[in-house]
Write a protein that binds this ligand. Structure first.
Ligand code: MG
Length: 303
């Protein structure tokens, strides 16, 4: 079990990581691991293997097991305040919620009367609204879903109104919106644009928006960070407001001011991560074919 290789650019980063902590490989052999989410009520992690059409579950002391054999090519996952799993499904081009009895409730599958592209990542905001991104990765081929012609005019970031269930496009100016997260105070929304993955002139940037409007209107779009290594995919914030962002070299940490603090080097390209464990101080990282875990010195934020 290798000791985590932490590269510090700032003194502050040394307070956020544990240089003596080990990186554990919890499971390998997946085709593309994504969408980790921690469930405190059962102390377990759920994540996706998109091409293999599976959801996995990892439980301490028990290990991994296939949780769902037919996941509709699920990608990003999150948990709402009631402890329910909310997932982005490429195959059905929808965002679904798994109820306590196992029923699947479709929260979104269309905008402006036309099918979505392929919902990618999803979060729950401070007011309970579900936000998700809708790039075309899941309909570009049959590998992670089903090849389809996009019917939307673009790749948008959507908000599902917590009262009415209306699906509204809130960001229409990005190319391939991907991972997203709110700052701990709920007043800034961060969205990754990973369009350089398929377009040489695409973005590999994290954008920030002011999110102070109670109806979910966003203002003051700006570039927050440029990810040099690969593209940013999923991200999370800690209780201090730092951002933990996936990249081709590992998990990069940025301060709320946009300073690159340092990174945890990993042997595979990282797609996503979440904070978990009873103290929320353990990073669970989906990286290409593997699920890794490493303890850090700060806890993750959750609404
Ligand atoms: Mg993603």
């Amino acid at each position: 079990m290798p000791i985590a290789k932490t590269i510090a650019y700032t003194e502050n980063y040394r307070k956020l990581v544990l240089p003596g902590a080990a990186v554990e490989t919890l499971q390998s052999g997946m085709l593309w691991a994504e969408g980790p989410v921690y469930f405190p009520q059962g102390d377990y992690v759920i994540w996706s293997d998109i091409p293999n059409n599976r959801l996995w579950q990892w439980v301490p002391d028990l290990g991994p097991r296939v949780y769902t054999h037919a996941s509709n090519n699920r990608n990003g996952n999150t948990r709402d305040a009631q402890g329910r799993l909310i997932s982005c499904c490429h195959l059905t081009r929808s965002v679904v919620r798994t109820e306590a009895n196992g029923d699947q409730t479709t929260l979104a599958d269309a905008h402006a009367g036309k099918p979505l592209n392929s919902p990618n990542d999803v979060i729950v905001g401070p007011d309970g609204a579900v936000w998700f991104t809708d790039p075309t990765y899941g309909i570009m081929s049959d590998y992670e879903g089903r090849r389809c012609t996009p019917e939307q005019d673009g790749c948008y970031v959507y908000r599902i109104d917590p009262q009415t269930g209306a699906v509204e496009a809130k960001v229409t100016s990005l190319k391939m919106p991907n991972g997203l997260a709110f700052a701990p105070n709920g007043k800034t929304l961060y969205v990754a644009d990973s369009s350089r993955s398929h377009f040489s002139d695409g973005y590999h940037h994290l954008f920030a928006f002011d999110a102070t409007d109670t109806s979910g209107e966003l203002q003051n779009k700006r570039v927050f960070a440029e990810i040099e290594h690969g593209v940013p995919d999923g991200l999370r914030v800690d209780v201090m407001g730092n951002l933990w962002i996936s990249s081709a070299r590992g998990v990069e940490t940025y301060s709320a001011e946009g300073t690159l603090e340092g990174y945890i080097e990993l042997p595979e390209t990282v797609a996503n991560l979440c904070f978990g464990g009873p103290k929320r101080n353990r990073l669970f990282i989906t990286a290409s074919t593997s699920l890794y875990a490493v303890y850090v010195a700060v806890s993750g934020h959750e609404f």
